[in-house]
Design a protein around this ligand. Structure first.
Ligand SMILES: [Zn+2]
Length: 70
């Protein structure tokens, strides 16, 4: 699997991970994934693959778009 360098959390500047959306259940037989900061809970939208989730995270951080926290 290709590892994509994730930008740091825009809220607390911690390192983040792409995690699996266990709570969201399977969509088309697969769990979705999203960028998630375990320190403050900031996250990006769930996507179908690691690459998509990582790219979405990076784009979201770059745009400065703020999603509500958990
Ligand atoms: Zn954070």
């Amino acid at each position: 699997m290709i590892k994509i360098r994730l930008k740091k959390c825009p809220v607390c500047h911690s390192d983040v991970k792409v995690i699996i959306d266990w709570d969201g259940g399977r969509i088309n037989g697969k769990f979705r994934q999203f960028g998630y900061c375990s320190i403050c809970g900031y996250h990006s939208d769930p996507k179908d693959s690691y690459e998509e989730a990582a790219n979405t995270w990076n784009a979201q951080v770059s745009s400065g778009h703020q999603l509500p926290l958990f």
